[in-house]
Design a protein around this ligand. Structure first.
Ligand code: PAF
Length: 302
């Protein structure tokens, strides 16, 4: 398959690097990372160890293949701009696969690209951006992909095969919207807490005070989700969140990585979006609100 990874940061580089085994892959990303990959290849360390020679470009206009799949892995605040850039690559049968954190990506992609191209996904793979050209695979997670209407389409099944052949544990979801919400609930505690306390994911269960806060945030976020018609229970989400924390114990969350790199965070698409949904339904959003306020007042990177 011809695959373009749009947003080759930590997650995008891991997926692109592994998919390059059996596919023609082009990474699109930022200057320093792309330049180093062009010079020395992409190095994946940790749970996966590989040095991969892979095409990498900075400017989407330099793309020389017609993609069958565009893997969208940009940060949620860049989704709209990315969609405008990649619009010209999309042909009748192109699939645009979102593997992003946050609750507002799908609407933005639908608006610019159109729903028929869209496959939605979530992943619990843990990846750390070490330095330009190098990422570390810190936690082997699972990826779920689904059509928005839940259909087990042929294109979806083919895509799942391609991901599994690359060694990316991938399953079909018939409720991908629910999974995006469940992932946002998981991210709503792990990401801001690790960002704020500057700790790896695993520390959230080593510190009993933080463990209680994780449980309280999970509960609030799950209640918000269930008022939006998502089938979740706080108990189930607390245990799923703890599983992800254990599986990615050595990972620095994407939000902590953003803070450490002096970049904007995805707080608005995760806790901000949960807060707005909850306010719309008149339910308690005090924990999500505090997290948004803390993160934005301490790290006001626009
Ligand atoms: O955003 C992240 O960092 C990831 O979604 C996860 C699964 C929390 C692992 O760090």
């Amino acid at each position: 398959m011809n695959i373009v990874v749009f947003g080759a940061g930590a997650i995008g580089s891991l997926f692109g690097g592994l998919l390059a085994k059996n596919n023609t892959v082009v990474l699109v990303g930022r200057h320093c990372h792309i330049q180093r990959i062009q010079q020395k290849g992409l190095r994946i360390k940790g749970k996966t160890q590989k040095l991969i020679q892979i095409s990498a470009i900075e400017n989407p206009q330099d793309l020389s293949i017609t993609p069958e799949v565009v893997l969208l892995t940009v940060k949620s605040y860049d989704t709209e701009a990315a969609c405008h850039h990649l619009r010209h690559m999309v042909r009748d049968h192109t699939m645009v696969v979102s593997l992003q954190n946050g609750l507002d990506n799908i609407e933005k992609i639908k608006e610019v690209i159109g729903q028929k191209h869209l496959i939605a996904g979530v992943t619990t793979q843990g990846v750390l951006f070490e330095e330009p050209g190098v990422v570390t695979h810190t936690g082997i997670g699972t990826t779920l992909l689904g059509e928005l209407d839940g259909a087990p389409s042929e294109r979806l099944q083919n895509l799942i095969c391609v991901f599994n052949q690359a060694g990316l544990h991938t399953q079909m979801s018939t409720d991908i919207t629910g999974e995006i919400w469940r992932k946002a609930i998981i991210n709503s505690s792990i990401n801001p807490l690790t960002a704020f306390f500057g700790c790896q994911n695993g520390y959230l269960l080593e510190n009993p005070v933080l463990e209680k806060i994780v449980e309280a945030i999970c509960t609030e976020s799950s209640i918000i989700a269930s008022h939006e018609g998502i089938q979740v229970s706080p108990k189930e989400m607390i245990s799923r969140t703890k599983e992800v924390i254990q599986e990615t114990a050595l990972n620095s969350s994407s939000m902590l990585q953003s803070i450490q790199q002096g970049k904007r965070t995805e707080i608005d698409s995760i806790n901000g979006a949960l807060m707005r949904k909850g306010l719309g339904k008149n339910i308690d959003v005090s924990l999500n609100r505090i997290l948004v306020e803390l993160l934005t007042s301490f790290y006001s990177i626009k």
